[in-house]
Design a protein around this ligand. Structure first.
Ligand code: FAD
Length: 383
């Protein structure tokens, strides 16, 4: 058993760490967040480094890396902020789904543009009345010969308003089938006639932005169907496995950076004539957090390893997502306590970390939904 990275992976990690320091330190991520700025140049720089081609096969212009390499980058970019990590990792959730289920023409057109940094893929599953219970989604796509006509409303579509976005949207193509059997995945250009994207005001996620998407008689060509018609549930499940693993890596990075910042403060700040980190109550909290973060990292890499090996990873992905997200929330909460008044100032990076952390246990499936999945894998009926 080997818990280490290869030389190539270590180099990738080092490059990414330097990239964050140079291009997107947390202070800058905070400024982007506060000014609702999406730094296009960041995505372009990632393309120039070859990071957007990383997990794709050479046959379509990729670099033949894997999910582990994506996790390394998601973790390092998470040191900047969760939103920065999602700027990178978010596009691979539908991107790898497209790789698995798409046609060669779709690979060439969409993944080619994505690898060049000109397109980013975003995913739209959720609706106002279909969040955790995503199979309740109602947005409909009706067969009209050489195209579908799509009507409905999506919610929380992260990144749909950004330049070059293509929406990977789950729709209902058979209203009479049992609810998990009548779904399909379509690729939709948000600039198509009949699509309106409206940004949702949120506590954080201001760099990518999250949006409602309204669809009125939108014509979507049949060649934009990904995977089998009415087979969208299996496609979605495979995408969710990828999402949980990539997000868990990002949470590990954000949690580690949060802890590092709290630790640095605890070493410097003095009270009662000694560094506050020497008080046992704080020292133990920091020690516990580092232990939790290491556990989260190991769960994340185990799940990535299973996925890369083509093995089932739904349970392990749920564990990684649950542990990573809850550890990030705990790190940010402790960070605020340790920085105390300094953290509560909205000028502090810690206040930004805390604000960003709240969504970790919600998006990509709530903690309750992850626990349900884990319990189900243990033979417990849990819904
Ligand atoms: C910032 C942000 C970005 C997002 N980005 C995207 C995106 O890009 N694409 C996308 O499709 N979606 C996205 N989402 C949606 C996200 O996946 C949903 O918010 C999430 O799945 C929860 O759904 P909900 O908010 O409707 O909560 P609900 O499903 O209404 O849940 C409310 C509460 O009930 C609990 N609950 C529900 N069912 C159960 C159950 N069976 N057992 C126990 N507890 C339960 C939940 O855990 C939660 O605490 C995003 C959300 C946010 C906030």
């Amino acid at each position: 058993m080997d818990f280490g990275l290869t030389d190539e992976q270590s180099l990738l990690q080092k490059t990414a760490r330097e990239f964050v320091t140079r291009t997107c330190p947390p202070e800058r991520a905070k400024e982007w967040d506060e000014s609702d700025t999406y730094p296009v140049e960041l995505f372009t720089a990632m393309a120039d480094l070859g990071w957007l081609s990383l997990p794709f096969p050479e046959s379509i212009g990729g670099a033949e890396g894997g999910i582990t390499e994506l996790c390394i980058l998601a973790e390092e970019l998470g040191r900047a902020s969760l939103d920065v990590a999602m700027c990178y990792a978010g596009t691979f959730i539908p991107g790898l789904t497209l790789l698995r289920w798409g046609t060669p023409e779709q690979h060439e057109r969409y993944l080619g543009e994505m690898m060049a940094g000109r397109a980013r893929l975003v995913v739209a599953m959720s609706e106002p009345d279909a969040g955790s219970d995503v199979a309740a989604l109602r947005t409909s796509a009706v067969d009209a010969g050489d195209h579908f006509v799509v009507n409905g409303q999506k919610a929380w579509c992260t990144g749909a308003g950004l330049p070059g976005s293509i929406i990977a949207m789950y729709v209902r193509t058979d209203p009479d089938a049992p609810r998990r059997r009548g779904l399909s995945l379509l690729l939709i250009d948000p600039n198509s006639p009949g699509v309106e994207v409206r940004r949702t005001p949120t506590l954080a996620r201001h760099i990518l932005g999250t949006n409602e998407v309204f669809l009125t008689d939108v014509r979507v060509p049949k060649e934009n169907l990904v995977g089998p018609l009415n087979g969208g549930w299996e496609v979605m499940l495979s995408g969710l496995d990828i999402e949980k693993i990539l997000m868990s890596a990002a949470y590990t990075g954000t949690a580690q950076a949060t802890l590092d910042e709290a630790l640095a403060y605890a070493r410097e700040r003095e009270a009662f004539g000694r560094p506050i980190g020497s008080f046992q109550s704080l020292a133990h909290a920091l020690a516990d957090l580092q232990t939790e973060i290491d556990a989260a990292r190991l769960l994340s890499y185990r799940a990535a390893w299973l996925l890369a090996a083509g093995r089932a990873c739904t349970r392990e992905g749920a564990m990684a997502k649950l542990k990573g997200s809850e550890t990030y929330v705990a790190a940010a909460r402790w960070g605020m306590q340790i920085l105390a008044g300094h953290g509560f100032s909205t000028e502090s990076v810690m206040s930004f970390r805390w604000r960003e952390s709240i969504v970790a246990t919600i998006s990509g499936g709530t903690s309750q939904i992850q626990r349900n999945a884990i319990a189900r894998s243990m033979g417990l009926r849990s819904s």
